[in-house]
Design a protein around this ligand. Structure first.
Ligand code: PAF
Length: 289
């Protein structure tokens, strides 16, 4: 696996692969790779002939009091795992490459509405940062497919919307969340959890499962008020376990608007603070089947 830092070297390698009639797959990451990321690489390998991974901890998607300075970094281990899985190229851009000049005053890519909900409400700058950096990376790599984890459900929904609206000729592929045996979604931020919190953390997914079970049992209860009761119960049960829930919401898969009576393709989204870690998770469900 080759490693490159410059856009010119990246483009030369991608162009050479294209000359050989290879399709290009792309997996953007912020490093500190875990099994969830490795699964994205495996999917990219199955779907494309030449796989580019990137590692860049994007400052514009972190809020002022978030963990940018302490974000875990394991570059050597990451490169080793990527090479083992057969990634073809690792792009390691520096800040000056991603954002030449001062951060303020840079062009921003903003997806309204979906980007303003949930995580966008709690962390207003977060999705601007994600869509801006992903759109820059797309322009640099120019892949045919780009692979993202479904764990960041709102993120991938927003990216799909951006790709459609800005006519990127890129297929966005979502990959199922990889979990520990007891159901905790893998995340680089799980490293902030203490041993005790690691035992409690799977309750987040369990709380979503409880809502899903109740909705499956009585799909007729999908009315605004009945859903709110289920969401509130889930928040209360998580609070009792030491979480500080930020949101738990049953919404429609296609546009992430709150579920209304008659909606069938649903997803339950959640974010909750547990100790130093902000955990997010989701659960898709289809009613009436
Ligand atoms: O999901 C992530 O790791 C990041 O948000 C991404 C897509 C690499 C953009 O920085």
């Amino acid at each position: 696996m080759n490693k490159v830092q410059r856009v010119s070297s990246l483009r030369a390698a991608v162009q050479a692969a294209r000359k050989d009639k290879k399709t290009i797959g792309f997996v953007p990451t912020m490093g500190n790779l875990h099994e969830g990321h490795l699964e994205l690489i495996r999917v990219a390998k199955r779907r494309a002939d030449f796989v580019v991974a990137s590692i860049y901890v994007n400052p514009t998607q972190f809020g002022k009091n978030e963990d940018l300075d302490n974000y875990p970094s394991t570059p050597e281990e990451d490169a080793r795992m990527l090479a083992e899985l057969g990634a073809d190229l690792l792009f390691l851009p520096e800040q000056e490459t991603m954002y030449p000049g001062a951060l303020e005053g840079q062009t921003v890519v903003y997806v309204p509405k979906i980007g303003d909900l949930y995580c966008g409400k709690d962390r207003p700058e977060h999705f601007y940062g994600v869509t801006t950096v992903v759109s820059r990376l797309f322009n640099m790599v120019q892949p045919d497919i780009a692979v993202f984890g479904n764990k960041d459900y709102q993120q991938i929904t927003i990216i799909r919307r951006m790709v459609e609206d800005l006519a990127y000729p890129i297929q966005v592929v979502g990959v199922d969340t990889v979990r520990t045996k007891d159901g905790l979604a893998l995340s680089s931020r799980n490293g902030y959890l203490s041993k005790k919190e690691l035992v409690v953390a799977p309750s987040l997914q369990q709380a979503l499962q409880t809502i899903a079970d109740q909705l499956q049992e009585k799909p007729v209860v999908v009315s605004k008020s009945a859903v709110k009761v289920l969401e509130d119960q889930a928040k209360a049960s998580l609070k009792a376990k030491g979480f500080e829930p930020q949101y738990i919401t049953v919404c429609r898969q296609r546009d992430l608007k709150p579920a209304k009576k008659g909606d069938q393709e649903l997803v339950i989204l959640a974010a909750a603070q547990l100790g130093k870690a902000r955990l997010i998770d989701n659960l898709e469900l289809a009613l009436g089947r």
